[in-house]
Design a protein around this ligand. Sequence first.
Ligand SMILES: C[S@@+](CC[C@H](N)C(=O)[O-])C[C@H]1O[C@@H](n2cnc3c(N)ncnc32)[C@H](O)[C@@H]1O
Length: 264
Amino acid sequence: MSDDRDSRVGRALYGHELFKSGRVGEWERVSSLAEAFDAGTRAVLGDLCQGRCLDVGAGPGTITRWLADNPRTTEVVAVDRDTHFLDNLDVQVVRTDLTADRWQPDEPFDLIHCRFVLMFLPQRRDVLKRLASWLRPGGVLVVADPRRMYLPVTGHQPFRVAYRALWEGLVSTLSADPGWGDHYPYQLHECGLVDVGVRVDVPPLVGAGPQARFWAGTFDQMSAHLIGSGLVDRQILDAADAQLRDPDFTDVGMGMSIAWGKRR
Ligand SMILES: C[S@@+](CC[C@H](N)C(=O)[O-])C[C@H]1O[C@@H](n2cnc3c(N)ncnc32)[C@H](O)[C@@H]1O
């Protein structure tokens, strides 16, 4: 079995065959995702941000940096399996695989944030429980992942056909859960957290805008798999790409369920 496979599920892992940090265009792809969703995330974190904070699967580090700049934080730690994009941040950066390593923080946290990470981990429930266990009493865990959304294929045909195929491809290659965000209120209760809250953020999907650039980059990386597995053909992908680059194109964007809960 290759190093790129998770022996427990026999599927590819995020950051190995797909979404490698060193791949041309990956920085732009993850930065566009952050640009699309940072405002919604900051709106939730604004009231909760204080003391010692952890950003889990920090990626391009936009939220890590924002936490570090907040006068109410005393210390910020960022963890990721691939810390390539975090090298220049003035915070403690820990390279760890949440599913394989048993990294434990020295001290508990007042705030833990984890966005668009657990949906990709087959062991997402176990990892969520571990994150909750790293909170100090009164500390808050904030988790965010996609709101389940399969767009009906009516108008905007190429984009919507490609978008549907993309999600099917993410499920079959990475064991991603396209609606994992919708489980969070219940899952946070299951972790023993209280004062659980949730909101949904659906930033606009406008051609050439941040979310459109993110999807264009994602289609590009997934294209060989999507075409190879017969989910979609090159013509559809090219037409979807053209729509995503057209400033006159508008559609419903991906929603993010962002939920939080406090440790007693
Ligand atoms: C889609 S990016 C999200 C980045 C960032 N949280 C954001 O929302 O801007 C997913 C991140 O999770 C990290 N990741 C994926 N699997 C991981 C694992 N098993 N352990 C630690 N980090 C992981 C990836 O390296 C990547 O940086």
